[in-house]
Design a protein around this ligand. Sequence first.
Ligand SMILES: [Zn+2]
Length: 500
Amino acid sequence: MAAQICCVDHERAGTHTIGGRWFCEDHYRKATYARAGFWRSGLVAIVGLLIFVAAVVALDALLRPQLGGVALVLTGVLLAVVPAALWLLFFYQQDRLEPEPVGNVARMFVIGLALAGAIGIPLTDQLFAVQDWLYRDTLTTWLASIFVTGAVEAFIIFATVRYFMFDSAEFDERTDGVIYGTAAGLGYATALNLQFILANGGAALGSGEVFVAEVALAHAAFGGLLGYFLGRAKLEQDPIWWLPAGLVLASVLNGLFLVLRGELDPSGFTFAGQGSGLPTFSGLLLAGGLAIAVTAVVSYLINRDITRSLGGKQPPATVNPVVGDRQASVAAIATFVALLLIGAFAWNNAVNRMTSFSVGGFSGSYPAAYGAATGASDVLRVTDSLGTGAEFAVSTPAIEAGWDADDVAAQLAGERASTYELYKVLSSGTATVNGRPAYTQQFAFVDPNGLTGAAPEVHEGLDYVFVENGRAVVVTLLTTPDELANVEPEFARFLNSLKF
Ligand SMILES: [Zn+2]
């Protein structure tokens, strides 16, 4: 039999039990208290934000303000913070009769924002670099959205409430979890939005605010949902899978939202000065619908839980809730690690999977993300058109009797110098590939992009030239100076896989 101490304040004697936990008189009342206006406050905040976005879009379309430089960035930063500020304002206005301590809600927001900036965004954008491999194929898009981006965001929001508020005696109502979770979710969204605005040097006012509100509404919904799971975990004795289930559900919903939004609105966003007319609203409506659905479902579940707590026969308190909470926390962390491992598997598969080929006496394998682009003068040419834009090519140029590899390389250089502007061989040398001697040269040139109207681009590349029995084989990597270091390992695997 566990000590009969209130599980909220850990001081007073427990007089009632709910789901196997002891509560003092005060906290029993709090734990079974139904906030009448809870769902209404949430709804008003969501609708208020949507109206605000509509007003910004209308003003932008009517006035067409010409902002630039610092003014544009400052406006963007302001717009990025507006959804969270509006939510707080509406929520407090509606809930002023029974408010949560405003400091706690603000703390959840700030910690959510800080953890997103310090851990969440570096994890998804730098460590996993999701944006580089997300769109390689449909399955990869789903796996990356759910098991990397979705899981990281859900866990950071979960951790914000679990480790910075859960044990506080201020967390004593079932709706508290939802309020704190929503605030943490808005913190995460604000970090994403600020990063977006700053990385792009501002955003077109109307479409920028649509994007910002979309991100905010979606994350508020995931946060609210996680908050429901946390609220019940605090006030009842739930099985050990309860919090992990909440984490998985939030990750899946988050991933689902990311994929659907990408399909509804592939362009997603208009940069400052680009595009004209009205932004697309499909993603915003999806996020708004999600937020409303989560508010409705969570409100229903909370009321149902309270009715059950008040009405049902309560099992005796048998487990020390502190031990149960610790076990649930470990289970949630283990679940997060398991989700990330699936994400890492998808990552590895997307980046390292190879496609084999056999053509004209040549065989080997190239990265699966690359697509065929073989031209008339090539044996094989593949390009990473959705990713880095790099090209790998194999060709067998005609040579004259007695030529060495360096003669072939000189001929190549001559041809390219007449095709491209500023073609230059940067360095040359020799190497051995699978026991075969090769002549190597590194080169650069400028592609004027004359036909497309785009700005001229610097290209950089590597040739491996083999000459055997009067035949020349040239294996070429073509990329940009920025991507060269990224692409070289892939090219090395391609080169080493070649058989001819
Ligand atoms: Zn108490």
